[in-house]
Ligand binder design. Sequence first.
Ligand SMILES: Nc1ncnc2c1ncn2[C@@H]1O[C@H](COP(=O)(O)OP(=O)(O)O)[C@@H](O)[C@H]1O
Ligand SMILES: [Mg+2]
Length: 591
Amino acid sequence: MTSSPEQKNMHGLRLFLRALRPYRKAIFIALFLLPFGLALQLLQPYLLKVALDAGIEKDSDLMLYIALLLVGTVFVQYGIESVHSYLLQKAGHQALTDVRSQIFRHIMAQRTGFFDRRPVGSLLSRVTSDTEAVGQTFALGLVSILGDFLLVVGTLVTMFVLHAKITAYLLLLGPMIYIVVRIFKRLLRSYADRIRKAVARVNSTLEENITGFKIVRLHRREATSRREYETLTENYYGLYYRFNIADATLFAIMESLAAITIGAILYFSTQPIISGAITIGLVVAFVDYAQRTFRPIKEMSGKLAGLQSGFAALDRMAGSLGYSETMPIAEEPWTNPKGALHFENVSFRYGETSPLVLRDVDLQIQPGEMIAVVGPTGSGKTTLVNLLTRHYKATSGRVLLDGLLIDGIDDTDLREGLGVIRQDVFLFEGTLYENIALGHADISRERVEQAVIELGLNTLLKTDGNLLDHQIEEGGRNLSAGEAQLITLARVFVRNPSIVLLDEATARIDSVTESVLATALDRLKRGRTVVAVAHRLSTVQSADRIVVMCDGQIEETGTHRDLVQQNGLYATLWEQRFDSGAPHKESLDSL
Ligand SMILES: Nc1ncnc2c1ncn2[C@@H]1O[C@H](COP(=O)(O)OP(=O)(O)O)[C@@H](O)[C@H]1O
Ligand SMILES: [Mg+2]
């Protein structure tokens, strides 16, 4: 799909307006207050003029009166501006929070394939830095640019009314200021961009080396890593240095321009003052006005750039919201699951142009049957499990659960009927109970406690207090591989599904845990249909049927004895296991 830049901008703008809509009342009030604040600001230099002129006339009463008025206007102005900015900030942040959760919900609703094709980093930045950039636009950008613009215009109009000729001369300086500021801001922005990229590189190198520090150390890569890091940080500081020089230069130029402007005001005023056409007060007021407009002019191009990047981020967000691979909503109830599985001529490829990784898989599994799936790495075992969990949809053929097409089954029913234990164990920071119940309110502490005992987790994990409150650290780093795996077993066990899918990885588990795990698995399998991608000898031998996968196809099926007798691929793999020495005696990982 191609769309012109304007069209894309419209998407972003629409997203922006839609998000602000619920808060329009606050925004309207803020916009309504804006001119009052500006008017008070414009009044102040004029009051100064009146006070000074009164001083020259030696009218002390008027001077005092004006002084009080001046203080009053400043107070009221800041009061109004505080309310104004509070309302806008609040509306902006609320809208931003809404957009953030909208994007998060959207991402979470996608099929697994959506994640395969996108780097995690870019998804994260959609939710974090992009929304941050948009936040600047929401909260401050637009309205503050509007306010600055009105202030500059208002000041010029006031000055023009007070003295047209001097104002006209001063206006000639305007384009010069604008051009200088623009050139420098462009330079600064390009440095800022490069600095941002350099920081990102520094951070990702840092992150890689810290998270992978064990590998770094094992391979004695410390020196290389350190050099890499130093080069990157030097590059960063070089850029930062140049940025600062440019920034300081711009500052100096702006200050000089302000001084030149004041000089110009004094110069152009000489004649009218002598002739009595204007008062000293007016000259002072002009200097004050000129100084007040300098800040907004200085900041204008930076704010416009911020606005630009805010809208670019909005477009990216609108783009990612528009792009969807959500699952169709399925509603067929799957009540009383019995656990019959049927792959009917199933073929599958991950991407539209990638090769088939499953080819014509035909497999019928009875309720309560225990199936072991074995085969070489890359033969499609995990993929088979992925189709059952509905992470992916079959490219052709049908997957049926209890005779129901898997695509049509209600999601909650599917998640309750299927229990999945995968190779990658994912643990959250929290208590043992939280890690097992996973936020399901209907899973009681008693239920979890019973599971922990039945699976033998209590014999491994030791803690002073209540075992259920045992604190698990981020990613489960305070647990052994076996303990972590047992927790995932418990997660499935407490939910009592009729089908259990296992993609086992047991190579890293020591023999003490291994025996606890084997008992736990036996306990879990009782009375359920089990499809186990098996590496463990005991799993394969205890299976009702073994399915041997090779190159995306089912090569053989049968019991251990049948298959050994058939003298096919399974028999070969089986013999290799006996030949290949001690480490493989207990596992079929070499398969
Ligand atoms: N997310 C994915 N995207 C693209 N290809 C994949 C993906 N996951 C696995 N594959 C490919 O599919 C094939 C089968 O993989 P898999 O089912 O994981 O094998 P096994 O579990 O038997 O080792 C492999 O060639 C693998 O490279
Ligand atoms: Mg696998």
